[in-house]
Write a protein that binds this ligand. Structure first.
Ligand code: ASP
Length: 587
């Protein structure tokens, strides 16, 4: 037997018992007459004592043990004279009577402690050692709990979990596919799913009514800190439902997992339309933990001989409360250069300071009298000590620039720390016109339905009508992150065919790529809709972490590589030959 107890289990009540424990040597400290070892397993740490006087050969053996050795001991639970209140087993220690080395260990390349000395790359290479560290393990325990609670909630609501295939067909919509060559079908490829979208819709056609799956999805995109080429979704679909019912069901799921996993009671989620989100925050995923909403100064600022504002389509700004005294001319200059970086691309920044003494100072004081500036401050509801920051330009651009500025000011003012602010963003446009390729793109995906009142217009309307179509599409946003998104689907062949046409598919292309779905729509497809949550991201948001990587057992690095197993890697000539791929093997 390897153990009678685990390393996190023993308490003062067990003093006097003889126990067997197994685990890893976390740390050893030798004091000449005694050696202490912290024995670690998943459940905790227990202190072992080897006393030179009572058993010198055991003491000598213990002294020689290295970090991460795997040990089994038998010993007596004793009360500690020097208790450690920081760990649950801190009241006891084990006077060791027998010691067995189950396995040795090389000295690990970094310390297996909460705070390690290892850099990112080395920890990725030895991920199995990094995964021994408590904070990393706790992330995975959390992930597991979240998955279990998700399944519990959905099962209670009669959802069934169905696995859909991983080897599917490549389609040009959406992101780039990962492809897998087929040995048995020369020159042909499978694709890994970007999501099980069409399959879950087919399951609705089959009558499963409520489907979900915790499912791996694959997208071959350039990586950022919050992206991984393979990631997990909570993927769901329902029949005979309205948008309202979907929002309620998944608001319920979100509230359930926050309560069960974090003991956080979320309030009802506000809903705002896409248009309103852009007008108030310049983003379809606003961080609503703080206000600082956009104020439209277009009318107030025009016609006062300030050519920049006169020429602009839109002049908007935010009111940074209590910031007037914090920003010197130099600070404003710095902020302006930050906004002018190509990533943001603002032309300039105008400020109006409502100083604490009641005076007004502005970078456009030459063009506007204090009375005029006062009307801006009034519109913003500014108080003494506040500062207005204004940008101008074309509507879309200036809104996205001001969004960046709002978030930056939110950061600087400490308004984006902690807390959870979920909301639904609804009524997304169905289509997005792309000037460069002179075609529409699906804002969500090509299976999304226009709103009921827009269906007729979609079949008959002109170009301008198409731009204005609204979809029954919705996103769940928390703290400025899109956590989930979905839509009510088209379930009618004619409307689906029209959508493919608008998206630039010829009839043949639509047939070749999605014929199976459109055919299914001819056999009594029910109205249906669904949603998918980014599971990794939900973990990281709930735990206030910055990267989803921390919640993935074996993540890829920024180049999309798994540096531990060294993948991707070349394959040998025989494999290439079998696949009949005309590629040169790399030595
Ligand atoms: N399949 C969609 C996605 O991956 C979600 C959905 O519409 O249900 O974003």
């Amino acid at each position: 037997m390897y153990r009678t107890h685990n390393c996190g289990e023993l308490r003062i009540g067990q003093v006097g018992q003889t126990v067997t424990l197994s685990g890893w040597l976390n740390k050893n400290r030798d004091y000449g007459a005694m050696t202490f070892i912290d024995l670690r397993d998943r459940y905790g740490i227990t202190q072992l004592v080897f006393n030179k006087q009572t058993d010198s050969s055991l003491y000598e053996a213990a002294k020689k043990l290295g970090r991460e050795y795997v040990l089994k001991i038998v010993g007596l639970v004793s009360e500690r004279s020097n208790k450690n209140p920081n760990i649950p087993t801190g009241a006891i220690e084990i006077i060791v009577q027998k010691l067995a080395i189950l396995n040795g260990s090389k000295t690990p390349p970094f310390t297996i402690e909460d705070e390690t000395d290892g850099g990112d790359e080395i920890r990725m290479k030895y991920r199995y050692l990094d995964l021994r560290r408590k904070p990393v393990q706790e992330n995975l325990f959390f992930r597991s709990k979240l998955a279990i609670e998700t399944r519990k909630y959905l099962a209670d609501q009669d959802f069934i979990e169905v696995e859909t295939p991983v080897l599917i067909k490549s389609t040009p919509e959406g992101a780039r596919d990962f492809v897998v060559p087929s040995r048995m079908n020369e020159g042909q490829f499978y694709a890994l799913p970007q999501s099980p979208q069409t399959f879950k819709q087919l399951l609705m056609v089959s009558g499963f009514d409520k489907y979900f799956q915790l499912v791996k999805c694959f997208r071959d995109e350039d990586l950022r800190a919050d992206r991984q080429p393979e990631f997990t979704q909570i993927d769901c679909e329902m029949c005979f439902v309205t948008q309202e019912q979907i929002l309620n069901t998944f608001e319920g799921l979100t509230k359930h997992v926050f309560k069960a996993c974090l003991d956080v009671k979320l309030p009802d989620f506000p809903r705002i339309t896409y248009d309103e989100a852009l007008r108030r925050y310049g983003s379809d995923k606003p961080d609503t933990r703080f206000g600082m909403e956009f104020i439209d100064f277009t009318v107030l600022t025009k016609g006062h001989d300030f050519p920049v504002f006169d020429a602009a389509e839109m002049v908007i700004g935010i009111c940074a409360e209590g910031q007037a005294d914090n920003y010197s001319n130099k600070d404003i200059k710095k902020l302006t250069s930050w906004l002018q970086r190509p990533q943001i691309g603002a032309k300039g920044l105008v400020y109006v300071k409502y100083n604490s003494d009641g005076s007004i100072k502005s970078s456009v004081g030459k063009f506007y009298s204090d009375e005029q500036l006062q009307t801006w401050l009034d519109k913003a509801g500014a108080k003494n000590g506040d500062m207005l920051l204004l940008l101008c330009g074309e509507t879309d651009k200036v809104r996205s620039q001001l969004n960046e500025l709002r978030l930056e000011m939110g950061n600087r003012m400490g308004l984006r720390e902690g807390g959870f602010n979920p909301l639904w963003v609804v009524d997304f446009p169905l289509l997005e016109w792309d000037e460069d390729s002179a075609r529409f793109h699906a804002m969500h995906h090509p299976f999304t339905s226009p709103k009921e009142e827009d269906k007729e217009r979609m079949l008959t309307g002109d170009h301008a009508t198409m731009k204005a179509l609204r979809a029954d599409a919705y996103d769940l946003v928390i703290n400025g992150w899109e956590i989930g998104g979905g839509s009510i689907r088209i379930f009618d062949r004619e409307l689906q065919a029209k959508n493919f046409k608008l998206l630039g598919f010829t009839d043949e292309e639509a047939e070749a790529q999605f014929g199976f779905l459109m055919n299914a729509f001819e056999y009594g497809a029910p109205p249906h809709g669904g949603i998918a949550f980014g599971f990794d991201r939900l973990c990281s948001i709930m735990k206030g972490a910055s990267s989803i990587r921390d919640f993935i057992a074996f993540p890829k690095n920024n180049q999309g590589r798994d540096v531990m197993i060294d993948a991707p890697s070349p394959i040998d000539k025989t494999q290439l030959d079998e696949l009949q791929l005309d590629l040169k093997p790399i030595d």
